[in-house]
Ligand binder design. Structure first.
Ligand code: ARG
Ligand code: ZN
Ligand code: CA
Length: 254
């Protein structure tokens, strides 16, 4: 793929406490992070250790708040829904008006992002390609969304949405989702085999699964480190996302 693809995006703000009714500015700050991270224009990409200096890749994907709603009318690409639900679980209730949330816009034409209060310390969750249409999209805790307003350190860099949209485009966790084991696979050839997730701000190198001397690529968006410690996708990951946009999610770039 040569061309940059553009994904029409709708952000559904679902709030019970007025503080959760985040501003348009906070939403726009998140779109700016997505566009930097998926175009490798994020300034902190320079934090990659010298040994992986050429690994960060441009996914050539850009996101824009929708300008036309499903009825064909002009829109800001942001919906606002007041709910009686103080906090949502990962059961997809936020994705339907019948369960206190907001209905998706057609998931074949829009990336749906729900922003709300989440219970249990969950920062966000995503649905992989190939799942049911009514729940397709990603959900992000309002205080992990964007870089201003209610965004709170260490998750105030907009990277939760970058990570969740990575899942939505078929990326697995970099450690292979096998707990701490060394047999899990993220189905990407240019990420080192890695034991389990890393958290916080690890020191480089962090070795696991005999992956020394360079160790875990914990500065990858698909690890669990703090927002200001994750800075890159690899070429293998961008190829996997491109395959998703040429396959199961092709309708979004038509
Ligand atoms: N726990 C979430 C998930 O697995 C997101 C973690 C995002 N990490 C971050 N530093 N923002 O999907
Ligand atoms: Zn994840
Ligand atoms: Ca593993």
């Amino acid at each position: 793929r040569i061309e940059v693809v553009h994904i029409p995006t709708v952000v559904h703000v679902v709030w019970s406490d007025p503080a959760q009714n985040i501003t348009d500015e906070q939403v726009q700050s998140q779109l700016a992070v997505l566009n930097a991270d998926f175009r490798r224009t994020n300034p902190d990409v320079t934090a990659v250790p010298p040994v992986w200096q050429s690994a960060p890749a441009d996914a050539r994907i850009e996101f824009a708040l929708a300008t036309t709603d499903p009825a064909g009318s002009p829109t800001t690409g942001i919906t606002r829904t007041r709910t009686a639900t103080a906090g949502f679980d990962t059961d997809d209730a936020v994705k339907s008006s019948t369960t206190g949330g907001a209905d998706p816009w057609p998931t074949s034409s829009y990336l749906n992002i729900w922003v709300c209060q989440l219970n249990g310390g969950v920062l966000g969750y995503a649905q992989f390609p190939g799942g049911p249409e009514p729940t397709d999209g990603v959900v992000v805790l309002h205080s992990c969304f964007g870089t201003t307003g209610t965004a709170t350190a260490p998750f105030d860099g907009g990277r939760t949405a970058t990570h969740e949209v990575g899942h939505w485009l078929n990326l697995r966790h970099i450690w292979g989702d096998d707990g701490e084991g060394c047999n899990g696979d993220d189905f990407v050839a240019d990420t080192p085999n890695q034991g389990g997730p890393n958290y916080g701000k690890p020191n480089w190198p962090t070795v696991s699964c005999d992956n020394g001397p360079d160790g875990d690529m914990f500065m990858n968006f698909m690890d669990y480190v703090d927002d200001n410690a994750m800075v890159m996708f690899t070429s293998g990951q961008t190829a996997r996302m491109a395959a998703c946009l040429a396959g199961p999610r092709a309708s979004l770039v038509a």
